[in-house]
Design a protein around this ligand. Structure first.
Ligand code: HEM
Length: 153
């Protein structure tokens, strides 16, 4: 694990996930969640999904700076989540009920190990060989900067 780089990659997906919802499922039989204060009954054929972006940007989960980009957020995650083990929380491939960019549970993305390693290689290569800076556009007024990948013409 590369603690700071893992945290930056994780924060990028926390701040701006590829998917806004994960764990989308269609119930194949009636099901009742018994863990809440009131049992939640889902009839067969109900579409359910986990609102990843809303969970990520929620102050209850990530504190008052939940909507800011903080590259080293996950190096100090214990300040927010006392139950998370530091290494598990920092690792970019680690998931939990509050970090859903790769989903969570039985069908969590199996390609995340490959994806994170590729990203680390691309970033390392870029940092070693290029001088980079952000363009002026997209940096004003807290506007989010999106990456645009254009194919060959
Ligand atoms: C940053 C890159 C990636 C992101 C953010 C991502 C995210 C996700 C998400 C959110 C799911 C849904 C899981 C669910 O329904 O609960 C998923 C599933 C899956 N992903 Fe990825 N993924 C990434 C890269 C990859 C790569 C590189 C591969 C393969 C080489 C891959 C293979 C899969 C497969 C096979 C599933 C289905 C797992 C299942 O249904 O059990 N993913 N991914």
């Amino acid at each position: 694990m590369m603690k700071k780089l893992d945290s930056c990659l994780k924060e990028s997906q926390h701040y701006n996930s590829v998917v806004s919802n994960t764990m989308s499922r269609l119930t194949r039989r009636d099901y009742t969640f018994k863990s809440g204060r009131v049992p939640l009954k889902l009839p067969k054929g109900t579409f359910v999904t986990a609102p990843a972006t809303a969970m990520h940007l929620c102050e209850k989960n990530y504190g008052p700076d939940a909507t800011e980009w903080k590259g080293f957020r996950f190096t100090g995650i214990l300040a927010v989540d006392k139950n998370a083990h530091q290494a598990v929380a920092t690792n970019a491939v680690a998931t939990n009920t509050k970090y859903l960019a790769f989903s969570h549970g039985r069908h969590v993305c199996p390609g995340r190990f490959f994806a994170v390693n590729e990203l680390k290689m691309v970033l390392t290569y870029t940092l070693l060989r290029y001088d980079i800076r952000l363009p002026a556009i997209g940096t004003k007024g807290g506007q989010r900067i999106h990456m645009l990948l254009e194919g060959d013409r």
